[in-house]
Design a protein around this ligand. Structure first.
Ligand code: UD1
Ligand code: CA
Length: 470
């Protein structure tokens, strides 16, 4: 069967109160419209046309070059929107799937089932519907005494009786393409919102003697997003779906409510994800890792057995069996080899750190190439920026750097050398050498008593207790 899809995405989304297109708003880390596009691709509807209008540049950017766009200059309703695709649909046979850009929970599976019903039953159209616990705001699917669909009535146009109906229109349909075109040519805007409703095509097809069916899907899949509360709700549902899928593959997620994982992320077996963690982009985590609590990884490759505790990492690679955190920051182009320890308040940027090297506390390593088994004392800083240019620091295998050392780049610490604590290193250090670069200590005996500066009588007091709360 010839198959194409029309996605309505031109609306302003007034109820969102945003400067951006509604359909590019993120739910579980992905624009609403991309969820829809991926569900369509999943049923083989690769020919997709998007009706764009309000902030169309944002929608085009999110969808890329592989799909078609039609501009709807004025948003005169969903029927008017689909009408804009007429040049794209004319001359086609088979099925056109029409769907809104704001229903991200719909699955390929459900669309496939509706398509199957459509193909087997000689329908002019099949509507995907859902039974809503609270149908407020949705179009109602009205059936006759025999249970056949007769029309869809928008919430605002419903009678008292119709308002009681809880079967709602998801706004996702399979139409016989020529029948869709014929019905669209005959709709008007005589309704509460003075808009051309796509829903009116259903009544027209039935009047013409065609059969219209309803495929009742799980209501959650039919949920549309009109405001930020609904956006938050569908985001949670999409995230939960991703988390459950990962758990079925052997990942242990302690709390799906507070863990956010993009559906592009891959995680290995027996990895434990603790609450408050966010995994985004093309992140790939190995087996037997512990991530969290409260860690954010974006485009990070993590080797097996690594622990990332309360830390943030982006665009970087962490090897096997590393220990990261708490409170570490791994910035772009960091490569940590295996068994590396990066501890509290340590930041690494654009640096490679060799096997078994360790920076346990309060250290900055940037623009550096670090060998194996290097020890960074607490408070080591690579001074890699002179205000104009970034410079490079090279540290050989087995180097020991004492606490509070500054390594003024460009500088090389050769293999097996030592840096004395508190040094400011400006020149290369040879293999097996010790560099001490600090001033001599001076002690003034009994200075406190002579100057009458004893602090023993004034005790430090804690700050005032915080009183704000919720
Ligand atoms: C629509 C349906 C309603 C259904 C609900 C499901 C109509 C008249 N109503 O209502 O029966 O229960 O979806 O969520 O179809 N759009 C355009 N151009 C326009 C108008 C809208 O492209 O001129 C797009 C919007 O960007 C949006 C989609 O169409 O993505 C749906 O529009 P929206 O205003 O959200 O319709 P609902 O009031 O939710
Ligand atoms: Ca909607």
């Amino acid at each position: 069967m010839e198959l194409c899809a029309v996605v309505m995405a031109a609306g302003e989304g007034k109820r969102m109160h945003s400067n951006h297109s509604k359909v590019v708003q993120l739910a579980a880390g992905k624009p609403l419209i991309r969820w829809v596009a991926e569900a369509l691709s999943g049923v083989g509807a690769t020919e997709q046309v998007y009706i764009v209008g309000h902030r169309q540049e944002e929608v085009r950017e999110v969808l890329g070059e592989d799909v078609a766009f039609v501009f709807q200059e004025q948003q005169l309703g969903t029927g008017h929107a689909v009408m804009q695709a007429a040049p794209f649909l004319e001359g086609r046979n088979g099925c056109t799937i029409v769907l809104p850009g704001d229903a991200p929970l719909i699955t390929s599976d459900t669309i496939a089932k509706a398509l199957e019903m459509f193909e087997q039953g000689d329908y002019g159209a099949v509507i995907i519907t859902g039974l809503a616990p609270d149908p407020k705001g949705y179009g109602r699917v009205i059936r006759n005494a025999e249970g056949n669909v007769v029309k869809i009535v928008e919430h605002r146009d419903c009678t008292e009786e119709e308002l009681k109906v809880n079967e709602i229109n998801s706004s996702i349909y399979c139409f016989k393409t020529p029948l869709l075109l014929s019905a669209l040519g005959r709709i008007d805007a005589k309704n509460a919102q003075k808009e051309y409703y796509l829903t009116d095509t259903i009544e027209i097809l039935i009047r013409d003697g065609h059969k219209v069916g309803a495929y009742i899907a799980d209501f959650d899949e039919t949920r549309g997003v009109n405001d930020r509360i609904q956006l938050q709700e569908v985001g949670k549902m999409l995230n939960r779906r991703t988390c459950l899928k990962l758990m079925q593959q052997g990942v242990q997620i302690v709390d799906t409510e507070t863990t956010w994982i993009a559906d592009t992320v891959r995680i290995g077996m027996d990895t434990l994800i603790l609450p408050g963690s966010i995994l985004l982009g093309n992140t790939v985590v190995g087996d037997e890792c512990v991530i969290g609590e409260n860690s954010r990884l974006e485009n990070v490759i993590v080797g097996d057995g690594t622990v990332i505790d309360n830390s943030i990492a982006s665009d970087c690679e962490v090897g096997k069996n590393c220990r990261i955190g708490p409170y570490s920051h791994l910035r772009p182009d960091t490569i940590l080899k295996d068994n590396v320890t990066i501890g509290a308040y340590v930041e690494v940027k654009n640096a490679t750190i060799g096997d078994y090297s360790r920076a346990r506390h309060l250290t900055y390593v940037g623009d550096a190439k670090v060998g194996k088994n290097v020890n960074f004392g607490c408070g080591t800083v690579t001074c890699n920026y002179d205000g104009m240019d970034k410079t490079w620091c090279v540290i050989g295998d087995n180097v020991f750097i004492g606490g509070n050392s500054n390594l003024i780049s460009p500088v090389t610490l050769k293999e097996n050398s030592y840096i004395a604590a508190g040094s400011t290193i400006t020149e290369d250090v040879p293999e097996l050498g010790l560099a001490i670069a600090r001033s001599q200590q001076v002690v003034k005996e009994n200075w406190v008593a002579k100057k009458n500066r004893s602090r023993a009588s004034t005790v430090i007091q804690p700050d005032k207790k915080r009183t704000s709360g919720m």
